[in-house]
Design a protein around this ligand. Structure first.
Ligand code: 5GP
Length: 193
């Protein structure tokens, strides 16, 4: 059986990458989404083991020491990281795995797994980004400002990604993402022949 493709999806906070990944999973059966560990507190409606494994800073540091993370990063004062073992098992089973992670983590994944495909999601414009963050209503204004500052810093690294999707319509972005993965999978299996 063909191995799955490891797909790293990054994007400016509020660009809609969460919505795109969720819809991709609903629409196509051949994807699974990795659940990260984080030291951030759960938002209203988030469940442990579904959006994230919510753990303490100390527990996170223990996972780092024990080599249990494929990658990790600090983002606006919290730790976020991808559990390694689950990803390795899923890849062997032939599923495409989506890692919805920020860019420091994305580059660590590329170092470790060079076949990974890195995709960056952009909002149609920066005003839209701020509007989406405010409308989401899950962060304070101070937190939103920090996330916007971070967004500007992150933009410098966009050229390092394999693909960029401008998310002006979710369904279109989802299909674009799926087509990218399909063609990358074909490329990888041709190379393996
Ligand atoms: P949020 O707090 O909005 O859920 O996530 C903040 C940022 O952390 C987002 O850009 C998200 O993609 C990223 N993130 C989530 N999980 C991980 C992870 O496991 N590793 C890394 N490096 N970033 C993550």
């Amino acid at each position: 059986m063909d191995k799955g493709v490891l797909v790293v999806v990054s994007g400016l906070s509020g660009a809609g990458k969460g919505t795109i990944c969720k819809r991709l999973l609903e629409k196509y059966p051949d994807y699974v989404l990795s659940v990260s560990a984080t030291s951030r507190k759960p938002r209203k409606g988030e469940e442990n083991g579904r959006e994230y494994f919510f753990i303490t800073k100390e527990e996170f540091e223990e996972m780092i020491r024990d080599g249990k993370l494929l990658e990790y990063a600090r983002y606006v004062e919290n730790y976020y990281g991808t559990p390694r073992e689950w990803v390795e098992q899923q890849l062997e089973s032939g599923k495409n795995i989506i890692l919805e992670i920020e860019l420091q983590g994305a580059f660590q994944v590329r170092e470790k797994i060079p076949d990974a495909v890195l995709i960056f999601i952009l909002p149609p414009d920066m005003d839209e980004l701020k509007r989406r963050l405010i409308n989401r209503g899950t962060e304070t204004m101070e937190e939103i400002e920090k996330r916007l500052e971070r967004a500007v810093e992150e933009m410098a690294f966009i050229p390092e990604y394999d693909y960029v999707i401008v998310n002006d319509e979710v369904e279109k972005s989802v299909d674009m993402l799926h087509n990218i993965v399909r063609s990358e999978k074909e490329k990888e299996s041709e190379e393996g022949e």
